[in-house]
Design a protein around this ligand. Structure first.
Ligand code: DAH
Length: 332
């Protein structure tokens, strides 16, 4: 009997090695340690032995049971590890695959330019204001000192909206009417920029679109002079374009400023580019905004945002920016 019993651990080990699940291990455990196992039978037989033989046989049985228990435990542990790895593998979620499938977009070129302009001017102490795209004739023209029938109105090919009196309601032709709204809604000091969408009856070509974007600037405070305007635009020029760029102001005409100027930048290669208009706010415009021109003075400017974006990225056709071909847009 002793030889058979001493053999049990090796046989149990072999059976356990063949078991491939925790259930099978349980069966092996019953076979070798259960009530009907050879070990249990041997234990029952102990009673028939004399005391010395019983002690040594009992010791052997205990050792054998301990060894079988510990090897079954080891195999159980091994199998549960394997089961866990297999489960993790089936539940695996590869997040990098998802990211590859959905290509993320980004802000449009013009939005990027607008954000950057806002950041720069906010950094210089300006606040950002907005006004409506559908305007009345007074805000778009009258308050800005365009006389009725003045030829300057014809400079801006207006889209009129079929609402109210004929030609009383329109799609704003520039962001300048927002100057009036800002002056009407707050008192000086005013340091504001007003970005937005504007509309003109233009046929789309490389440099024109019927819908485009401008950014307006307005400063109204005590003692503001033309030197403040020139200094502000010069600071803006090198901040936006880089240290190699400078600016100049050329005499011009706008009904809402006096004197008026065109704002040009000088590129590092020495060439000049016209970017917008500017000037000292006309006293009639301050009055229309409810501000006393005897007490306050101010300057204003207006640039085309699309043109700035075009310039910065070396795009040579404005239309490219609005066709919305992702192969073009993705580049920026
Ligand atoms: N509103 C003008 C335009 O669209 C641009 C402009 C010129 C704005 C001079 C200004 C300014 O504020 O002072 O052509």
């Amino acid at each position: 009997m002793n030889a058979d019993i001493a053999d049990l651990p090796a046989r149990a080990e072999q059976a356990a090695g063949g078991a491939t699940s925790l259930d099978e291990i349980q069966r092996v455990s019953t076979d070798f340690l259960g009530k009907k196992s050879a070990l249990a039978e041997a234990k029952k037989a102990l009673g028939a032995l004399d005391p010395d033989a019983r002690r040594s046989a009992g010791q052997l049985l205990n050792e054998v049971r301990d060894r079988i228990e510990s090897l079954l435990d080891a195999r159980r542990h091994e199998l549960s590890q394997t089961a866990r790895v297999a489960q993790l593998e089936t539940e695996r979620l590869d997040l990098t695959e998802i990211r590859e499938r959905t290509r993320l977009g980004h802000l449009h070129l013009v939005t990027q330019a607008r954000d950057r302009l806002e950041d720069l001017f906010v950094g210089m102490g300006f606040t950002v204001a907005e006004g409506p795209e559908i305007e009345d004739d007074w805000h778009n023209f009258g308050a800005l000192n365009f006389a009725v029938g003045h030829p300057a109105r014809a400079m801006q090919d207006t889209f009129y909206v079929n609402y109210g009196e004929p030609e009383s309601t329109l799609l704003r032709t520039h962001t300048s009417p927002v100057q009036i709204r800002v002056m009407q809604s707050q008192s000086p000091p005013i340091y504001s920029i007003m970005p937005g969408r504007v509309f003109r009856q233009d046929t789309a070509d490389a440099t024109h679109m019927p819908v485009f974007h401008q950014i307006e600037g307005l400063v109204v405070d005590r003692g503001i002079t033309f030197a403040d305007l020139a200094g502000t635009l010069e600071a803006f020029t090198s901040a936006y374009f880089g240290p190699g760029f400078t600016s100049r102001l050329r005499p011009s005409y706008f009904p809402f400023t006096e004197p008026s100027a065109e704002y040009d930048i000088r590129r590092p290669d020495g060439s000049w580019l016209e970017l917008g208009g500017c000037g000292m706010v006309h006293p009639n415009v301050l009055l229309a905004g409810g501000i006393d021109p005897e007490e306050y003075s101010g300057f204003a400017f207006g640039f085309g945002i699309d043109r700035l974006a075009l310039m910065r990225h070396g795009v040579d056709d404005l239309r490219e920016m609005f066709i919305n071909d992702v192969r073009f847009l993705r580049q920026f």
